[in-house]
Design a protein around this ligand. Structure first.
Ligand code: ATP
Ligand code: MG
Length: 419
C-alpha cells in the first residue's frame, strides 16, 4: 500500500482528557476518531488492527468446531422480561421505543437472544453439544466511559455460548473453550493471567477472567506467591487493599500478592439459569432436561488498547507481529525527482509482497524526519530505508522497531534476511 493513497496522517497532539498511553497513541496514530463520549470510529490503520484481532479469534474458534453466527444488535425488551434482567441489569442497558411504542434495547450482551435461538433450534440430544459464537458490536451505557476504546460505550466483542445435555458435559465444553482462549491470547502475544472471578450480572455458578497485566489496569488481582491460586480481588471479602498484600492465600498455600490487570476475556459456567427462564429443554432418558449453558466473551476492541499498554516506548506503539497493521514500512528519503529511489523502492515492495509481507510504502512528499517519527509512532515491526546513499553503497538500513536497533544490509542480504 502506498502511503500517499492510504490516509496516512498522524497527529502531533492527543486530547487533554486522554489519560492512558494507549488512548493517546491510538488517537495520535489516527487509528480511532471520537464521535461522542465512549463512541469511536475506526480509521483505516486502526480497522486493520481490529481485523487482525478478529481473524485470530475467528480462526481459533472455527478450528475447534464453534459455529459463527450473527445476532441482532437490537433486542426486544419482552425477551429480557422473561429472564427478569430488564429490571436487574441496571442503567448500562440503553432502551428505546419503536414507532409502534414497543420497547427495545441495544444489546449489551446476548444470553437472551442465543437462548431464544436455542429453544427454537435445539430439539433433541442429537443436536448437542453445540457452541455458537459471534463477533458483534455491543452497547453499554457505561457510567464513566474513558481510556478510549478500553472502556467505551460501543465496543466490539466476541461472545460464544455453549449448550450441553448435563453439567458434566458443560464443564468439559467449558474447559475446551478455555483452552481455545489460551491459544488465542498466546497468539496475540500478550502477557496475561487467568483468575477466578465474580459472575456479576451475567450470573452462573463460576467464572474466570483473562487479564492483561498492566499498571494502568482497573482491576486488582491477587496471586499466591507459592501456588497457582489467582483471583480478582472482588472475590475477597477484605476490601482494604493494604490488608490484602501478604494475607494468607485462601487455598492455604503461601501469601497473596497484588497486581493490576485489564480484563480482556471472561468465561462463565451458566448452568441452567437462562435455559430455565426461557424454557430451553430436550427430552433425554424419558425426562425433559433443561440445557446446561456456558458463555465466553472476548473484548476484541479492548485487546488493542491492552496490547498497546504492554508494548510502547517514548516514540510510540511497538506492535507485536501478529497485530501490526503492516509488517514493514519502506521509507523513501528525498525521492521526489529521483526515479532511481522510486524504482528501487517499488522493486523491494513487489518482491517482499510476493514473499507474503504486508507493506506500507512511505512515498509521501514530506521530510525524512516526519516519515521516521510516523513509522515509530505507528509501530510496525520493521522499517527499510531507501536513500540515494543506500543505492550508491548497496547498503540499506533495516530498523527493528522493538529496540530501534539498526543494521545495514546489501540488497541480496536484505532479501535473504526477510524472505
Ligand atoms: P468490565 O468489568 O471491564 O466492565 P465486564 O465484566 O462488564 O467488563 P463482560 O460482560 O465480561 O465485561 O464482557 C466480556 C468482555 O468484553 C470483557 O472481558 C471486556 O474485555 C469487554 N468489555 C466489557 N465492557 C467493555 C467496555 N465498556 N469497553 C470495551 N470492552 C469491554
Ligand atoms: Mg467480565
Amino acid at each position: 500500500m502506498k502511503a500517499s493513497l492510504y490516509h496516512y496522517k498522524t497527529l502531533r497532539e492527543s486530547p487533554s482528557e486522554a489519560e492512558l498511553v494507549s488512548h493517546k497513541l491510538m488517537i495520535r496514530a489516527n487509528m480511532i476518531k471520537p464521535l461522542a463520549s465512549g463512541i469511536y470510529s475506526w480509521l483505516p490503520l486502526g480497522f486493520k488492527v481490529l481485523k487482525k484481532v478478529e481473524n485470530i479469534v475467528r480462526e481459533e474458534m472455527d478450528s475447534s468446531g464453534c459455529l459463527e453466527i450473527l445476532m441482532p444488535m437490537v433486542q426486544p425488551k419482552d425477551l429480557w422480561d422473561e429472564t427478569g434482567r430488564s429490571s436487574e441489569y441496571g442503567p448500562e442497558l440503553l432502551g428505546f421505543k419503536d414507532r409502534g411504542d414497543r420497547d427495545f434495547y441495544l444489546g449489551p450482551t446476548h444470553e437472551e437472544v442465543i437462548t431464544d435461538i436455542g429453544r427454537k433450534e435445539i430439539k433433541s440430544p442429537k443436536d448437542l453439544p453445540i457452541t455458537f459464537y459471534q463477533i458483534q458490536t455491543k452497547f453499554r451505557d457505561e457510567i464513566r466511559p474513558r481510556f478510549g476504546v478500553m472502556r467505551a460505550r460501543e465496543f466490539l466483542m466476541k461472545d460464544a455460548y455453549s449448550f450441553d445435555i448435563d453439567e458434566k458435559a458443560m464443564r468439559e465444553n467449558y474447559q475446551q473453550i478455555r483452552s481455545i482462549y489460551v491459544k488465542i491470547f498466546d497468539r496475540l502475544g500478550l502477557d496475561y493471567r487467568i483468575v477466578n472471578a465474580d459472575s456479576g450480572s451475567i450470573g452462573g455458578s463460576s467464572s474466570e477472567e483473562f487479564h492483561v497485566l498492566a499498571d494502568s489496569g482497573e482491576d486488582l488481582l491477587a496471586f499466591s506467591d507459592t501456588s497457582d491460586f489467582a483471583c480478582n480481588v472482588d472475590l475477597i471479602e477484605e476490601k482494604d487493599i493494604d490488608k490484602i498484600p501478604g494475607m494468607p492465600s485462601p487455598d492455604g498455600k503461601g501469601s497473596l500478592q497484588i497486581k493490576k490487570g485489564i480484563e480482556v476475556g471472561h468465561i462463565f459456567q451458566l448452568g441452567d439459569k437462562y435455559s430455565k427462564a426461557l424454557g430451553l429443554k430436550v427430552q433425554s432418558d424419558n425426562t425433559m432436561k433443561f440445557l446446561q449453558m456456558g458463555c465466553y466473551g472476548i473484548g476484541i476492541s479492548r485487546i488493542i488498547a491492552a496490547c498497546i499498554e504492554q508494548n510502547y516506548d517514548d516514540k510510540g506503539i511497538i506492535f507485536p507481529k501478529e497485530l501490526a497493521p503492516f509488517d514493514i514500512t519502506i521509507i523513501l528519503i528525498n525521492q521526489k525527482n529521483n526515479s532511481l529511489i522510486n524504482e528501487k523502492a517499488l522493486m523491494f515492495y513487489k518482491r517482499l509482497k510476493k514473499s507474503g509481507f504486508d507493506i506500507l510504502l512511505d512515498d509521501r512528499d514530506c521530510s525524512p524526519g516526519v516519515k521516521f517519527s510516523d513509522a515509530d509512532l505507528v509501530g510496525c515491526p520493521n522499517q527499510i530505508v531507501i536513500s540515494q546513499k543506500a543505492l550508491d553503497n548497496d547498503a540499506f538500513e533495516v530498523i527493528n522497531r522493538s529496540d530501534l536497533s539498526k543494521k545495514e544490509l546489501s540488497e541480496s542480504d536484505l532479501f535473504a534476511f526477510f524472505c
